[in-house]
Design a protein around this ligand. Structure first.
Ligand SMILES: [Zn+2]
Length: 120
């Protein structure tokens, strides 16, 4: 094989090599060639920058999941506010909620203080 053919073969195999689905002998062949061919090393570098279709699909999936989660959280807040506005009829109820929230914060603060005391 002349060098041009070897380069062509190496570049054809490169995506599979980068996905680690080539065999040991093939890997050795590619790696040997990469040590002596700057052009193919450049090809490899450029291909590594491009994510594989599987990785791209995964990234898109995660992105979609994240966006759905944000939407759901927003909807959750909207529902909570709607409940507060529509279903809470009295000032007393608001006050009770407020007190409950404050007492929870107090509990957290107390717990932190106790934890810190135990640390010392
Ligand atoms: Zn080459």
């Amino acid at each position: 094989m002349n060098k041009e053919t070897i380069c062509a073969v190496v570049r054809d195999l490169m995506p599979s090599y980068l996905d680690k689905i080539t065999e040991g002998a093939t890997n050795a062949f590619i790696e040997q060639h990469l040590t002596e061919c700057e052009a193919c090393r450049t090809v490899k570098r450029n291909m590594m920058k491009i994510t594989s279709p599987a990785e791209q699909a995964q990234a898109e999936f995660l992105d979609r999941l994240r966006r759905a989660r944000v939407r759901r959280a927003r909807r959750g807040w909207a529902a909570a506010i709607a409940v507060l506005v529509v279903l809470a009829p009295t000032k007393k109820w608001y006050l009770a909620m407020l007190l409950k929230m404050q007492s929870r914060q107090l509990h957290v603060k107390l717990a932190e203080r106790i934890k810190n005391m135990l640390k010392k």
